[in-house]
Design a protein around this ligand. Structure first.
Ligand SMILES: *Cc1c(COP(=O)(O)O)cnc(C)c1O
Length: 398
């Protein structure tokens, strides 16, 4: 990287060890997708035919009957739910989200109502559907779901994510069994999952992925599933889908990313990432108040992360103040800090350019040395962090 566009624009050159974050520009787009987008941008194409080609690629990689590319996985949720409500009724499609079709209820477990930057239930409500929330945060039983299904049930949505509660809920096999017994289609949000086949293989009728997370495609979503349901989701482009339009470059870019995924050296990438984790662990091991542990991904994606546990008494800095220190300066390092109030953060190795791992190691050592050398413990109240986390955004664009 000789010429960094970020310097040219006056943006800070972020190093991303937090994972695939929309707020940081998602992922490193693979060269195949970049080339595909450049190739198609100057040409006119018949979009429905291009999406037909995408359908064939999606079908091959996922085992689905059909598929299409959307603006994002979030858009895919709204379109899939809308399709389950309207079928191919073109008038109903135009009337959404106001005039609700006869079947407008969508079942979802309370422990699955998470935020991926926006609430998952909002993606359902955008379609004009009414979420029917079943169970409690940490428990759903069969009776919750069985009693929630009515003549108005259009679909049931199942979320796969490290954000969801990972115990006490219905697993996908049970969820599918209960839904199918009453003829209800199951839509799986698998935005950030590696395995492109497993959820359909477990009986889901539709599955949604992000094109810009593990796949390294342009900002996009992938809808895959039963042909009729996929068609009904696709028809929403005549309605609510218009505001979620996906262009030719994203359709073709996502196709190229899918094809690159088939050929990717997955084992080689894993090995490189494991090397990063070892380097960071060696950098941290033996430091007072720091305990670094390699942990598997919570949803079993083939990916490990380094969990960095910080004891402020000995390290002389809290986990969140260390995260902030790393994120400051002219080369910000953004760590994975969703659970930082529990005195740890993670380092995610999957969005690094070669060489950045050593910068991360050096900055960790620098900030920990600095804290340890100070006589005071750097410990800002955690509440300040949550109180002020939207301050910058609320002043945007200033
Ligand atoms: C990222 C994510 C989304 C949103 O995906 P986009 O493609 O960014 O819209 C939805 N659900 C889950 C579980 C996610 O992790």
């Amino acid at each position: 990287m000789t010429e960094d566009v970020r310097r040219k624009l006056g943006l800070r050159p972020v190093i991303n060890v937090s994972g695939t974050m929309t707020s940081l520009g998602a992922s490193i787009v693979v060269p195949e997708a970049i080339a595909a987008m450049a190739e198609i941008l100057p040409q006119f194409v018949e979009i429905n035919d291009l999406q037909r080609k995408a359908s064939a690629v999606i079908a091959r990689l996922t085992g689905a009957e059909a598929g299409h590319i959307t603006a994002s996985c979030s858009a895919g949720i709204s379109l899939a739910v809308a399709g389950a409500m309207t079928g191919d009724n073109l008038l109903a499609i135009e009337r959404l989200p106001d005039q609700t079709p006869a079947r407008n209820e969508v079942i979802i477990q309370m422990g699955h109502i998470v935020s991926y930057g926006a609430p998952v239930d909002q993606a359902v409500r955008l379609a004009g559907a009414k979420p029917v929330i079943i169970g409690q945060a940490t428990s759903t039983h069969r009776f919750h779901m069985e009693n929630a299904i009515t003549d108005k049930t259009a679909a049931a949505v199942y979320v796969v994510s490290h954000h969801v509660v990972d115990y006490g809920l219905l697993n996908l096999l049970e969820f599918v069994e209960i839904a199918h017994a009453r003829g209800v289609p199951v839509i799986v949000d698998a935005a950030s999952e590696y395995d492109l086949r497993i959820f359909l293989a477990q009986g889901a009728d539709m599955v949604l992925y992000s094109g810009h997370k593990f796949l390294g495609g342009p900002t996009s979503g992938i809808v895959a599933g039963k042909k009729e349901l996929v068609r009904h989701a696709y028809l929403q482009n005549l309605g609510i889908g218009r505001g979620m339009k996906v262009g030719k470059e994203s359709v073709y870019g996502a196709m190229a990313a899918l094809e690159a995924w088939e050929k990717r050296d997955h084992a080689g990438i894993r090995e490189r990432e494991t090397g990063y984790l070892r380097l960071w662990k060696e950098t941290l091991d033996g430091r007072p108040g720091v305990n670094a542990v390699i942990e598997p991904d919570p949803t079993k994606n083939p990916l490990d992360r380094l969990r960095v546990n910080i004891s402020a008494q000995e390290a002389h800095i809290t986990a969140w103040d260390l995260a902030s220190a790393l994120a400051g300066g002219d080369q910000p390092i953004i760590v994975r800090d969703h659970e930082v109030e529990h005195d740890y953060f993670y380092l995610d190795p999957c969005n690094l350019h070669p060489g950045q791992e050593t910068i991360v190691a050096r900055r960790l050592a620098e900030e920990l040395d600095r804290a340890r050398a100070s006589n005071e413990i750097i410990a800002t109240p955690f509440e300040n962090r949550s109180r002020h986390c939207f301050d910058g955004l609320l002043r945007w664009p200033d």
